[in-house]
Each structure stands twice: as C-alpha cells, then as structure tokens.
Design a binder for this molecule. Structure first.
Ligand SMILES: [Zn+2]
Length: 827
C-alpha cells in the first residue's frame, strides 16, 4: 500500500522532470543555433493552456536592432492558411457560403466551372501555382494583388494540373482564391475580417493581416532577415506580397497560443465545424489525403500541424491534440533549422546539430570567371553558407587556407574512373587533381542508374557521380551480340523505352561512341530518335564523334545535325584532331562550331590536355579494315607516332606492355605498320585485349580548342593507364595556365566548374555561392602541377592541399581522408 502510494506520488514529478529535461535541451539547442546565426525568433511550448517554455532570441529589424519578444508579430507565411479556412467556416456558419459551392458562384470571372470551395481548402482543385503564372506576366514594378491575380487567371486561362478532386497537390492559388471569395462574400477586406471575427473575440494583441498595398503596419511587425556572414540584412516581402490568403497573416507566439487554445472551444465556430477542418480531405476515388482545411493531418485525431516558409520567415505550429500540447516556432532568420530540432527533442527523437566550418585566409575564385577575392567561405553541413570577409564564431572549426586559392570542386565532364571505384572508394586519382564530381557513362557505354545507385550504397565513395546513358549499352540490351548493323525500327522503339526509364531515374542524357564498332554501324536516324527521348526530359547529348581523324569534318557536321534535329544540347567530348595532315585545322573546326551556335544549336565541347589519347588500337583503322596493310601504313604515317605511342595493356604478350609500337616492330624485325597489324590480330580474340596510349595530336590544336569559351575540361581518365587519369586538371592549371599563360586562372577554373556543370546539366554545384553544395578545392597556384607520366601514370599531382566533397574533407596533403560523402547526382 505504501509502495503504491509512493509510486502514485512520484508519477507527476517524473512527467514534470521528463518535460523539464526536454525543455532544458531545447533551450540549449536554441541558444546554440542563435549564437551561430541559425535561429532568430521566438518559441512557445504549452500544455493544456499552461505555457511550459517561452523565449525570444534576437532582433526584429537589422537597422533598429529592436529586440524580439514573444509578443512580436511574425509573418506566418503558410501557417496563415488555417486562419483563412477559419474565416470560411465562420461564413459557412453565417449561412453565407457552402463548401460545395463552386468558386464561379462567387467569382464569375474565375475561368474554371468545376472547382469547389472545399477543393480549394483541401488542396485538391488542380489549379496551377500562381507564382508560375504571374512570374512571366508581371511588370517588375507591379505588386501582385488578389484582384490582379484573378484577372491574370481569367486572361491566361492556364490548363489545370489535374481534374479537380482526383489528386492532392499543395498549391497557393487555392488559398488566394479562397481569400477572394471571403472578401466578396463578407464585403470586408481580409484585414478587416480578421480583425473583427478572429483577433477581437480572441483578444489577440499582435495579430493582423498585412500586405504591401497597405500603407502602414503595427509596431509589433517583425521583418525577415538573412545573415550574410558579417551582418543581418533584410530578406523581406517581395512584389508578390500584395496578395493574401496563402500567407501574410502576422501573429506573435503568445497570440498563436491563444488561437491554439481557442480551437479547443467554440469561441469562433462550433466544435463540429472545426472538427471537419482537422479531418483529412477525400478524393473522388474515396481515398483520404493527409490534409484538412489548412492543416496537415500527421496522425488523425492526434497530431496536426502546418509549416510556413516565405522570404526570411520560417514558421511552424504543431498541435498534439490528444494531449493538448502545442509547439510554436517562429523564425525570421531565413533558416529552417530550429523547427525540426525542437519538435524532435519534444517527441523524444534523436537529433543532429548542424555543424559549421570556416575556411579562412583564401583567395576565392568562385567559378564564374570573375577575379579572385580574398576572404573566406563558411560551410554549414553539406552546403556553402557564407562567402566573404568572415570571422569565426566562438568555438567554430577553422581551416587556415594560407593565402591559397579556394575554388569550386572540379567537375570532370568525361570520366572512366567509375571502373575502379569499388576497389578504390577514396578515388585518390580523382581527388588528388581537385575533382569532386565525375561524369561517367561515356562513349556509349553505361551502367543503369539503379545499378550505380546500388553500388554507391553498397560501397560509398569520396566523389560525386553523375552518368549519361550509353547508346551502345542500349543496343547491347536490345540487339544482342551482333552490333555491326543498323537497328530495326522495333529495336529502336525498345531502346527508346529503356532510355526514357533511365532519364526518369536521373540520367544526364544520351552518350554515344560512334567511332567504336558497337555504334559505328548505327544510323543517324537511330541516334536522333534516341536523342529526342533525352531532349523531351531536358537531357543532353554527349558524343565521342564518328571520326576524330579522317572524316572529322563530317563527324562534326553529324553532331550538329543531331542537335538540330533532336533539339538537344550537344557536346563534342574530348575534342581533338588525331591526324597529322589535319593538324592546324582547329580554327576551321571552331568556326564550324560557332556557325552552328549562331544557327541555334547549343553545341559545346570538352577536352583533356594531352597530345596522346588512350584506347583500343582498332580506332587506328577508320575504315574498320583491320587486315589491310595499306590502312596500317596510313595509320603509322597519319594517325599516330609509332615511336612515341606505347602499348599500356597487351594481354597476348604481357612483356610488350610499356613498349612503343616501334620497339615491338624492332623485336619482330618488321615495319611499324606490320607490327600494328600483328597487335590487332593477336589481341582480337575475345579473352585478349590491347590498349594503346597513342601520340596523335598537336599542341596548337589543343590550345585552340581549350581556349574556346564553350570548352570545359575533362580527363577521359581511369584509375591507371594514361596519365590523364591522375593529372588532367592539375596539368591545365600548371602547364597551360601558369607556364604557358594560355588563359587566366579564373577562366580555367570556370571551365572546370560552372561551365562543366552547365555543359552536362548538373545543378547547384560548380560555383562558390551561398546555398550551393560545398564541393571545394584548395590549391597553391604557384606550385600546382601534374606528375603522372606514361612510365608512372599514378604519380600524384603537386599543389592540391585540401579537397571537400559535400562539406566533408576527402583529401589532404597527398593523402585520402577516410570520408565517403559522394552522392549520385541526378539531372
Ligand atoms: Zn571517348
């Protein structure tokens, strides 16, 4: 008996202390976030009408520095929506409208006759988002209002996104339309209606509707802010903010708690009326959504909530209605971090505190091509947060850049490094030259997006991977073994289906290797048909073109035609002239490319900085006549230098690996042409293989191509073999920029970063700007150089000091750091 009594007495104390430890934790997290400029705002936590926690952090305006209080009125953004549905409920109880009335009944100019008020509130109308409609049609000086929005809708009559009632889709136009109906039916403006029917009966002191068409605002109004690393700047209302319904209700944390508690009573509407607002909407097919009237129904009968995000404001109210507990978080710092952390602590879930890291004392070359600027970069988790003259926060992790250059991580537009990633997830070949993203699936050969994703999940890697879908791989899947022929129309259709699926999964587009036998016999129509599939999904086309020597002009013309016919951006990958008598034609070819651009074909190129290529020796026979001595003699004369070209892999005679073709000829007492025929013949069996690093290009052409403003940098590299696998990017920086002064460092960086990202369709990488992913490379521009050679192809470059991928350090001082933050990038 005594024991039971003791337990009974202890229980409330335990409950209280459980709250208390959570509240203490919440307070310390908010303090940390505020100190690191990740939170500026107010928080209120209540239970059964009693305030458990209430605190304000920071300022209401950057100029006045007026301190926030829990009575300060924040723009609720989308948390406003629940107030508009309340207004509709009040009007419904007054008999002035019915939920199943059509919108047209009240707004005759509304261009859709089959949308109801209920569908607006439930977000099942199928209306298109008004931002998209207004964006193109507004004079930059206009302020959008509900009336001008309705006019625009009537004028443009945009197609519905889906049939009303068939789907749920969050859309602000639903609520701006609802507000227009409320104003029409009540004869009051939104701010009048709100003041009279909500704020007054609930005695809300600092809650109101405010928009840009109003001349003045109450003194409690909080402004949206954004911390730029040095100061808070305004990040407040914009030209859309003459509109109401979807946002622009302002309220304080204290008032929101009064509102929350009133929703348990019949102060505003009957309980049955309000219960409907917290009931998930129903689609025409009888399925329930997870949204009521301006409320997300997280757990029916238990948890309802809504978030809001607009300009500097991030807001959230979560109501645990079965326990009568409420969390209110109002933030005006342009961060959206406090909400989830507070809620997760309250719900007993694990949290991870956001971490910042400052790189100071660097010359920032941001990837745009603009001159370097001295300063620093702050990383927040995996993104760039601040750029400029930054000083560390108290206790912040700092890397001193020692005055070196900090650039966006390099994006390798044509890579084969994926071949060795499983065994070598640190990918030092890649990171040691400053590359943070490799673009694979090149030359017509690719893995499926699913298999790449699966592989990266199984063995995480240091670098990001993006992939094209290869035409030859599609041909193999559909046509089987014999690829030395045209595909039939039925086979082309099957390939289109496969490609469309890959595009859906985030492939960058279509790649071809038309010079290789698996694709050489395909028709242009086949390529165009596939390229059109990629184009439909906003993908791109990248090609190892059909000839880089004998028929290069026709091959360039072909890729231009493919771009023209399929209406797709096209890229000549590893652009080169691999034929002695055509050396010097680079200017002519560039004129051909320029002409195509002028005619509307978005054609670009990428290049690696070597006069030698690396491939099967079979490409030395442009006519595919592999036993023809005359063709072999043509090859040794025109297509490569046998004395400077090395068999880097030769399985029939491993002893010949590392020898030049001239040396192999000498061993066999034959001509270089005969040696070439021998090499082709002996390595032709399926289990055999040969790879040659062949010297074929001229420095002048490389320089001309590299300088072209639309040429990005690639390696075409592997984990070993051709030295380009380890040295391409550092070679450009050391040899072509510093030693030969072919272009400025800023221009070279632009070609390795933002241009490279643009050329293959990678978003949010390739620039040092706030919000972009923190892929970064710190290097010494005075010493950076490649060291890889044919003899020592895996020698690491000099001068690359640090490399970060997604905010994590992966390479430092000639060594991999054991972090594997690479992700699969999807188009
Ligand atoms: Zn290639």
């Amino acid at each position: 008996m005594k024991k039971a009594l003791l337990l009974f007495l202890l229980l409330p104390a335990i409950a209280y202390s459980q709250h208390q430890s959570k509240l203490t934790r919440i307070d310390s997290v908010l303090t940390y976030l505020h100190q690191y400029h990740m939170f500026n705002g107010t928080v209120l936590i209540g239970e059964k009408g009693k305030v458990l926690y209430k605190k304000a952090f920071g300022i209401a305006h950057p100029q006045t520095q007026q301190p926030l209080t829990t009575a300060s009125a924040f723009n609720l953004a989308s948390v406003s929506k629940q107030f508009y549905t309340m207004m509709a409920m009040i009007l419904k109880e007054q008999g002035k409208l019915a939920y199943d009335d059509t919108v047209q009944k009240y707004l005759p100019a509304f261009p859709y006759n089959n949308i109801t008020i209920r569908q607006l509130m439930n977000q099942t109308s199928g209306l298109p988002e008004y931002f998209d409609i207004a964006q193109g049609d507004m004079n930059p000086l206009d302020t959008l209002t509900n009336a001008s929005m309705l006019e625009l809708l009537a004028l443009k009559n945009p197609a519905l996104v889906f049939e009303p009632g068939t789907q749920w889709q969050y859309c602000n136009t639903n609520y701006t339309t609802l507000a227009s109906i409320i104003e029409k039916v009540s004869g009051l403006t939104s701010q009048q209606f709100f003041a009279k029917h909500i704020a007054a009966p609930l005695k809300l002191k600092n809650s109101f509707v405010y928009h840009l068409k109003l001349k003045s605002y109450p003194p409690a109004r909080v402004f949206g802010l954004e911390y730029d690393g040095v100061n808070y700047k305004l990040n407040d209302l914009v030209r859309f903010d003459g509109i109401v319904g979807d946002g622009n209700v302002y309220a304080s944390a204290e008032d929101l708690y009064l509102w929350d508690q009133a929703l348990y009573t019949k102060k505003l509407v009957k309980k049955t009326t309000f219960n409907e607002a917290l009931t998930a909407g129903k689609l025409n097919n009888g399925k329930h959504t997870e949204y009521g009237f301006g409320w997300f129904i997280r757990e029916p009968g238990k948890i309802v909530s809504h978030t809001g995000g607009w300009v500097g404001f991030g807001t959230e109210i979560t109501r645990y209605i079965d326990k009568n507990q409420t969390i209110i978080v109002l933030d005006n710092s342009s961060n959206f971090r406090a909400h989830a952390l507070v809620k997760n602590i309250w719900e007993g879930k694990p949290i991870a505190l956001p971490k910042t890291h400052l790189i100071t004392n660097v010359k920032v070359i941001d990837g745009t091509g603009l001159p370097a600027v001295a300063g620093g970069v702050r990383i927040l988790n995996n993104r760039i947060w601040h750029v400029g003259k930054l000083t560390p926060f108290a206790g912040e992790a700092v890397t001193d850049g020692n005055g070196n250059v900090l650039a966006p991580g390099f994006i390798d537009n044509h890579s084969h490094h994926d071949g060795g990633l499983e065994k070598n997830p640190s990918a030092v070949a890649v990171t040691s030259q400053g590359i943070t993203t490799i673009v694979v699936g090149q030359d017509g050969g690719s893995d499926t997006m699913d298999s790449i994703e699966h592989a990266l999940k199984k063995i995480p890697v240091s670098v990001n991977v993006a992939s094209y879908t290869g035409q030859a791989s599609l041909r193999e899947k559909v046509m089987g073994k014999n690829l030395l022929r045209k595909a039939t129309p039925v086979e082309i259709d099957s390939m289109k289906v496969l490609l469309a699926r890959e595009m859906e999964k985030g492939s960058l587009g279509l790649s071809t290797g038309l010079e290789y036998e698996a694709a050489f016999y395909s028709s242009r129509d086949e390529v165009v048909a596939l390229a059109k599939v990629a184009a439909e999904k906003n993908g791109r086309y990248i090609s190892h073109i059909r000839s880089e020597d004998l028929n290069i002009e026709e091959a360039i013309d072909e890729i231009i035609q493919i771009g023209h016919e399929a209406k797709i951006p096209v890229q000549v990958t590893h652009i080169k002239i691999a034929m002695r008598s055509k050396w010097g034609n680079s200017e002519k070819i560039l004129r051909q490319l320029e002409m195509a651009r002028q005619q509307g074909v978005n054609i670009t190129a990428d290049i690696y900085p070597y006069t030698m290529w690396n491939s099967t020796p079979r490409v030395l026979f442009p006519k595919k006549d592999f036993e023809n001595l005359a063709s072999a003699e043509f090859a040794t004369r025109e297509l490569f230098d046998p004395a400077a070209s090395v068999m880097v892999r030769y399985t029939p005679q491993p002893a010949w690996q590392g020898k030049t073709v001239s040396e192999i000829a000498a061993i066999n007492k034959e001509t270089s042409a005969q040696a070439l025929l021998r090499i082709i013949r002996e390595s032709a069996a399926p289990e055999q293989g040969a790879t040659i690093v062949a010297k074929s290009m001229s420095e002048t052409d490389i320089s001309n191509f590299m300088k072209w403003p639309y040429t990005s940098i690639c390696s075409d590299g592997t984990m070993r073999g051709h030295p380009r696998g380890h040295g391409s990017f550092t070679r450009v920086l050391g040899k072509y920029v510093r030693e030969e002064k072919l272009m400025s460092l800023e221009t070279a960086i632009q070609k390795m970063t933002s241009l490279a990202a643009e050329n293959v369709g990678i978003k949010n990488r390739g620039l040092i700007v706030p919000g972009y992913f923190a892929d970064l490379v710190l290097f010494n521009p005075e010493t950076v150089i490649d060291n890889a050679t044919i003899e020592n192809p895996t020698a690491l470059s000099t001068g690359i000091e640090y490399v970060w991928v997604n905010g994590k350090l992966v390479y430092q001082n000639q060594k991999a750091v054991e972090n594997y933050p690479g992700v699969l990038l999807k188009r």
